[in-house]
Design a protein around this ligand. Structure first.
Ligand code: FE2
Ligand code: FE2
Length: 235
């Protein structure tokens, strides 16, 4: 199966105009399009409406997770409904199987990597933050255990590893993802993992167990000279 993946479209009519023509070619190059979060800028239903008009024209199956920007206006449930109504498979701690390939996805959350990972200690606010990070990892765990396919793709918005956020200021690494997601991926196995969020990160990395992780944020595709507004994978 040929997979086209991109994250961080941050849709506005002006920015989409720049990729509109190239996006139309996606159905010739891929069997499915994966959108790894930050589809909109402010998470407004009006933005999503406008983006969906463009996406349905692509006439390709679409799998997506939301990103933090899609939560900005508190309309995330409405956005998911709008997307589902257009046939988009929105993964929120859920799995989806198509042609013997499984997709497991969730948004993820910040929290930090490796020894720098924030732990649930001290103030209730810190514990609540860490708990959200744990909950997102549990959602990914649930999604992955639903899949019965041998080939599986993981879709998250936040990064599961620090390798693919390299290029961002080191001070903000903990806000760009967390290692708990990678622990889940390593337990269940997948190939590949795609994510976004770190617009100035690096395109490729690996989990501790050697599972390939790709940051498909649109600005990174641009920076690495990929001329299509998506990156292609064969699964
Ligand atoms: Fe983004
Ligand atoms: Fe983001």
């Amino acid at each position: 199966m040929r997979i086209a993946a991109v994250a961080d479209l941050h849709y506005s009519p002006q920015t989409y105009d720049k990729i509109r023509e190239q996006m139309l070619r996606v159905r010739d190059e891929a069997d499915i399009l994966v959108l790894a979060g930050d589809l909109t800028n402010y998470g407004r239903a009006t933005e999503m409406d406008s983006l969906l008009t463009m996406l349905v024209r692509l006439r390709i199956p679409i799998v997506a997770v939301l990103g933090n920007h899609d939560f900005e206006s508190g309309q995330q449930d409405e956005l998911m409904k709008l997307m589902s109504a257009e046939g988009i498979k929105v993964l929120d701690g859920s799995g989806y199987e198509r042609d013997d390939v499984g997709f497991a996805g969730t948004k993820g959350f910040p929290g930090g990597f490796g020894r720098g990972m924030l732990t649930a200690f001290g103030e209730p606010e810190v514990k609540a933050f860490v708990q959200t990070s744990i909950d997102e990892a549990l959602k990914l765990e649930r999604a992955m255990s639903q899949l019965r396919t041998e080939r599986r793709v993981v879709v998250v918005h936040y990064s599961p590893i620090s390798d693919t956020v390299k290029g961002e200021p080191q001070e903000i690494y903990p806000y760009l993802g967390n290692s708990r997601l990678a622990e889940v991926v390593d337990r269940h196995g997948a190939n590949p993992v795609v994510h976004g969020h770190a617009h100035h990160g690096s395109p490729d990395g690996k989990t501790t167990a050697g599972i390939p992780v790709h940051n498909v944020a649109l600005p990174i595709l641009r920076a690495t000279g990929i001329i299509t507004p998506y990156r292609l994978f064969e699964v």
